[in-house]
Design a protein around this ligand. Sequence first.
Ligand code: PHE
Length: 461
Amino acid sequence: MLIRRSTICCARALRLSTHHHPIPMAVPSPLSTHLKPFSSFCHLFPCDHDFKLFPHFLSSSCFASPLSSLSSPKPNRRSKSPVAAALLEIGGVKIAKDDVVRESDPTNNVPDNIFSKIGLQLHRRDNHPIGILKNAIYDYFDSNYASKFVKFDDLCPIVSVQQNFDEVLVPADHVSRSYNDTYYVNADTVLRCHTSAHQAELLREGHSHFLVTGDVYRRDSIDSTHYPVFHQMEGVRVFSPDEWKDSGTDATSYVAMDLKKCLEGLARHLFGAVEMRWVDTYFPFTNPSFELEIYFQENWMEVLGCGVTEQDILTRNGRKGSVAWAFGLGLERLAMVLFDIPDIRLFWSTDQRFTSQFSEGKLGVKFKPFSKFPPCYKDISFWISDSFTENNLCEVVRGVAGDLVEEVKLIDNFTNKKGMTSQCYRIAYRSTERSLTDEEINQLQWNVRETVQSKLYVTLR
Ligand code: PHE
């Protein structure tokens, strides 16, 4: 697969495409560093109902963790601080920073700035565009399916490789499994890169109609529609044989038709009378698979991926003889369009001038920019090494400049006679909240250069 960049917003679709190319497995990135024993996961001990999410954390030693006696308050939807707490609790799972960020562990590639997003759960804030959109989608499902869909929005984003990939049939050589694309906590554990990571366990628990909303994490390049943390909603509906047997069509066609009808209705509920079209595609977990595009501001925009669930997933999870559909949609992409939000970083802003513009239940209120601060461009050129990737560069830039970086763009690439490749990237610095001083930007650029040189094994030019 290529996680296609134009896709489901930031829900860069997790699909195999014709561009699929195998990757070496579990290659620690040059950014990752030291090793810590797996037992340090004791801090992630699950409490009661979430046991099933972390079967491999269920050793009794988990309960002996010194942190197990600390209790952190349930996160309050409205007053969450953007500053990373030392100990988080999500869906009953306690998470300490050094459970997730371990610089010297070569099997870990989660940076501080990503850890700081875990637990913020924008989708659980009723006055935030992401939460408002989630609730509007809930309304659609509640009114069309008599509240039959069970909703999950607090499942822990730290999942096993098995949940994230194996259980949804992502092939062993699929590029999405690489350290370049996914955040690994250790070789067996990742920050989920899609909400499909929860499909199998919820099927096993016996659910037949469910919606899973959550933050998902992907290493990626930087621009105004891509951010390494974004939000998805997954929907799954399982049908029993008596639901399609009198339909006069085969089960797969029946379910595919039902899926399309459901999602067309959802698009109309959110966007009004829009033009839409279906495009055939490929996902490892559905067959057939489709994408829905809507015509918006003179462009076809992909808003979700979906399809008829692979039989193997149903059979392996106690649903032999059933048929199901599943979809996954990217909330940022939809919200940017519905609320006219021009830059994906704004979703994370705590600036009153942003947050005060949205309120519960008000879908589609148009965002008024508080003012446009000028960007400042700085170029950086270097001879790359074999292990260099653009995602690693972006990770370093984001690590130094945080949300002050708006875009990192390759502007020059050439290989000399000796076979050495030089690349030049243009970094756009721009705050969504204030003007940046020259001095500040020069300092950032200096730090970026230093860190790129020391961490990425490139030779600056
Ligand atoms: N998980 C897919 C993605 O992240 C979306 C999807 C979900 C597609 C369910 C089909 C079915 O891109």
